[in-house]
Ligand binder design. Structure first.
Ligand SMILES: *[C@@H]1O[C@H](CO)[C@@H](O)[C@H](O)[C@H]1NC(C)=O
Ligand SMILES: *[C@@H]1O[C@H](CO)[C@@H](O)[C@H](O)[C@H]1NC(C)=O
Length: 191
């Protein structure tokens, strides 16, 4: 058996896979998460210090170009939200997500609310729960410091996905998490 030849064929096939836009073996777990997801006004914001509001959001997750230096395939992530009643723009988040060989996803986000997050959690066939590992916040943010955050994505079926965001700030709640936003998206046909 010619190991060298096998090795080159292996490299060739793996490279081909990446060039042709396939998810890497580890990122395959996120297949159900990829796409354009939108909810016109199916979101709800609740928090002890703000009035309850409904909102819309568009979430886009796509395979991002790979940096040859790291050789890690990332998916890019963007989320833009708006108020249903006033049509005011809520915050935007941009980021990257990837799955490690242990099957845990890491999501890094930067938002125009002045926060950057680093979230890690397990990817299951119909669910992904991400827990905050680190957070950065601009010193002059109007928002209170966030002490903890947990984000759950639930795949209901091919067309519907739900996101639940729970958090703990400097003032609420004393411990654990409190539900902050919940939204159900519909998968969009066009990217
Ligand atoms: C994500 O990657 C795709 C494919 O390279 C690109 O077209 C798109 O603009 C990127 N989106 C963001 C939000 O960076
Ligand atoms: C995966 O993430 C979960 C939740 O953060 C954590 O408890 C677990 O230790 C992680 N597993 C690995 C192998 O990193």
């Amino acid at each position: 058996m010619d190991l060298r030849k096998d090795f080159f064929i292996f490299i060739f096939i793996s490279t081909l896979g990446l060039i042709s836009g396939e998810l890497s073996a580890t990122n395959k777990k996120l297949e159900w998460f990829v796409g354009r997801w939108r909810s016109e006004f199916g979101g709800k914001i609740v928090w002890p210090t703000v009035p309850t509001m409904t909102y819309g959001e568009e979430l886009i997750v796509l395979e991002a170009p790979m940096a040859k230096s790291t050789n890690v395939q990332f998916l890019n992530f963007s989320a833009r939200a708006w108020s249903h009643t006033t049509k005011d723009h809520f915050h935007d988040e941009w980021g990257f997500i990837t799955v490690d060989p242990n099957g845990n996803a890491t999501l890094m986000t930067a938002g125009n609310n002045g926060f950057t997050t680093y979230e890690v959690g397990e990817v299951q066939p119909n669910k992904m729960v991400l827990v905050l590992k680190d957070i950065g916040r601009i010193s002059f943010s109007r928002d209170l410091p966030v002490d903890d955050l947990r984000r759950t994505f639930i795949r209901h079926d091919d067309n519907y996905m739900e996101q639940l965001l729970e958090m703990r700030t400097a003032t609420h709640p004393k411990q654990g998490y409190l539900e902050h936003t919940r939204i159900i998206y519909t998968k969009q046909k066009e990217l």
